[in-house]
Design a protein around this ligand. Sequence first.
Ligand code: BES
Ligand code: MN
Ligand code: ZN
Length: 460
Amino acid sequence: MNQSLSRLVRDAGDAVPITCVTPESWPRIEAALPGPQAAYARATDFAPKAGRIALLPAADGRLAGVLFGLGDGRDRLLAGKLPGALPPGSYRFAPSENVDPTDAALAWLLGSYRFGRYREAGAERPALAPSEGVDVEAVTRIAEAVALGRDLVNTPANDLGPAEIEAAIRAVAARHGADVAVVAGADLARDFPLVHTVGASSPRAPRLIDLTWGPADAPRVTLVGKGVAFDTGGLDIKPSSGMLLMKKDMGGSAAALAAADMVMGAGLNLRLRLIVPAVENAVSGEAFRPGDVIRSRAGLTVEIGNTDAEGRLILADALALADAEAPDLLVDFATLTGAARVALGPDLPAFFTEDEALAQAVSEAGLAVADPVWRLPLHEPYASLLDSKVADLNNVSGGPFAGAITAALFLRRFAPATRAHVHFDLYGWNPSTKPGRPEGGEVQTARLVHALLARRYPKV
Ligand code: BES
Ligand code: MN
Ligand code: ZN
């Protein structure tokens, strides 16, 4: 079990029952409570609103049960509030038609996460005895993959550079018997010029990590994740406020790795490939410059309009590699633009695809597992905003408009052969704690992609 998570315990014997209540069920449940407990709930102003909690005393003062308000019941991860709010001990959910026991167990684990690398663990966390019928292994696998990804995002850049991103991928690969190839040094400079160019400013060497897993003749799914260990902006340096959180600029690779971990752990019927270009976008005499022109892996020449638009550069070469075999499905994950956050806020990653059926499936999978996303258009007429006077294209548009769309249009140029391509522009961070989503690093869209793939390519 990942140390960052609370425990699932098998024995529900003396576990304290948690009774979930909605505005409709509350009168009936209240009436059935022992008199003193009903009086206690009233005296402490309990109401069946979302996230409200009452700790009910037994006659001897011990904890007899917990009331948990569901409100309108729309937050599927609401139970993720409990592990941070309940005293240590074992709990179980009383059967209720208003809670899905699998959702509740997953939310519990996701909400129990904490990043403990640099501090003594705090108080012991409450444990959950999952309800009958919950696939404990499946839920645990998903929660552990999320915790792994969150740990990577939360780890500061002094302890997580390109080499450590590689090590993290190798560790996951070893657990699942996947193969890993890494391109670095002179080979990288020759074969992945944009990855090399962005990473050349840092003494921590850039690399292209390429994991494969599963039978060669199965449907081919390729995940690509932006692995910028830290984004200073390069010579187009960010102001301090914009740089503060940039350890999370490898959040795309963390989400892709978490999704890969879930897929391999579930043994889905597909051939998986995970490609991560890992670099640090630093400032030095070796740094690439505004105005530089680089010939990309795909052969397209790119004029550098802004060294802070580095994510699309390294992804361009990674996508060209992915596109060469035209996989059945290509998904890329990236903390790509501030513009996507301006449009949709931190909790709602943007996604782009030209495949209408795939767009529908992505939206539905997001809703199904409470990992929501929102589609933005690949508006073709904006492609000309990336025109360059000296090269095939510029890496930025000159103006302030539609930054997430122009970034997506830039990426699309590098994967022309793949018909089913989804691009996620995500934030990778919870600015404040919400149920199941503790403040800090988050692997947005990983559970969505796992759900999508589990539906398309179920284990045989
Ligand atoms: N990593 C940033 C984007 C980002 C910033 C994501 C803040 C989430 C939060 C990316 O490399 C970047 O700097 N993008 C620039 C692009 C611009 C120079 C065209 C941006 O969004 O400002
Ligand atoms: Mn940048
Ligand atoms: Zn970046």
